[in-house]
Design a protein around this ligand. Structure first.
Ligand SMILES: *Cc1c(COP(=O)(O)O)cnc(C)c1O
Length: 347
């Protein structure tokens, strides 16, 4: 609170509240250095980040995407007049299954939009190979993947554009917020224009939207960024305690498939079937412990899609996966209590 208040005083003194103010510029600079990425635009949320990326890469027609993500991944495509075509997911990472992508490619396919689920990296090398072979663009929804590194580089350096969300529920947050990351200078300039109505001062270059974020949000990011490593360490300890106490062969956990760092953004557990999940969710809820069916439903089953295709692995996992509470400095006694309730449901 004290740290945030210092930033507030500065904002008051300058009377510069939004429109690419000094704190927004400072946060962008610090994030670029922290992540080691070339171009990063701070925007108002992780959804507009995806929409601006789709616009800037001029995607149209069909986009191959994942059914196992937050609904914003799919609705961004629909909002931008693209048709989502769903490839199924990998049973280990719950990210898009790269070997299920090519059979969905048609002459109308323009891109792949994939999510690094729970911070586990997609098969970025194979996806790049497919994209080059078929001349497709690649966008990664990295909303869960802040601070993750793959082969020593930021996970956001893969694909044509990566996006991230800084929503309050995410690992690193700015209340509301997000960012768009790219290596390509021209794409970055285009997205920068789109973020701010397509004009700079009195020069009007293109259409655009309002994707800007404010000094108040940037200030929260500047407060939180120095603590990210500490936050991840604390979450790691909690996740390890969960794993130790949920040592039950009827529960399984997704995990990474490539050499990468972990950020412990979520603690997902998969039960044998939906009935068990509902029983455990209810038992926890009775004890005022909130869990989240994340992700549910499988996005290929959304009622408002015009065309649907089956994704049996994703549909199955979506009915069985539950995210248990995980947050900074969570009391180990709370984790013990949760695990006791979960384990008691199997007896
Ligand atoms: C949170 C999230 C988003 C949306 O981000 P907002 O900042 O809430 O708009 C998109 N994709 C995934 C995978 C998310 O988890």
């Amino acid at each position: 609170m004290e740290e945030y208040q210092k930033y507030l005083s500065g904002i008051w003194d300058r009377a510069w509240l939004t429109n690419h103010g000094p704190l927004v510029q400072e946060l962008e600079q610090q994030l670029k250095e922290y992540l080691g990425v070339q171009h990063l635009l701070y925007v108002s949320n992780g959804t507009v980040a995806i929409q601006i990326a789709i616009k800037a890469l001029e995607l149209k027609g069909e986009v191959i995407t994942t059914p196992f993500s937050y609904v914003a991944t799919t609705t961004s495509l629909i909002w931008e007049n693209c048709i989502p075509v769903f490839a199924d997911i990998d049973e280990r990472t719950f990210c898009i299954n790269s070997s299920d992508i090519e059979r969905h490619i048609t002459p109308n396919t323009t891109a792949i939009l994939a999510t690094h689920v729970y911070g586990y990296a997609c098969d970025v090398e194979e996806i790049e190979r497919i994209a080059i072979k078929h001349n497709l663009k690649v966008i990664y929804d990295g909303a869960h993947a802040f601070d993750v590194r793959v082969k020593g580089q930021s996970i956001f350096s893969f694909g044509d554009v990566s996006t991230v969300s800084f929503h309050s529920t995410k690992l690193f947050h700015t209340i509301e917020g997000g960012a768009i990351i790219t290596k390509d200078k021209q794409t970055a300039e285009k997205m920068s224009l789109y973020r701010s109505f397509g004009h700079i001062g009195d020069s009007y270059y293109s259409m655009g939207i309002n994707g800007k974020n404010s000094e108040f949000h940037a200030a929260m990011g500047l407060c939180n960024l120095p603590y990210v490593e500490q936050i991840i360490q604390s979450r790691k300890q909690s996740a390890e305690l969960y794993r130790k106490l949920l040592n039950n062969r009827l529960i399984y956990f997704p995990g990474p498939a490539v050499a990468q760092s972990l950020n412990y953004a979520y603690f997902p557990v998969v039960f044998q079937n939906e009935a068990v999940l509902l029983k455990i969710k209810a038992a926890l809820s009775e004890n005022e412990i909130n869990t989240r069916r994340y992700f549910y439903p499988s996005l290929n089953t959304l009622s408002y899609l015009h065309s649907k295709n089956d994704c049996p692995v994703s549909e199955n996992i979506a009915t069985r996966v539950l995210c248990l509470p995980l947050y900074y400095e969570m009391d180990s006694s709370d984790i013990e209590k949760i695990c006791k309730i979960v384990n008691s449901c199997f007896q």
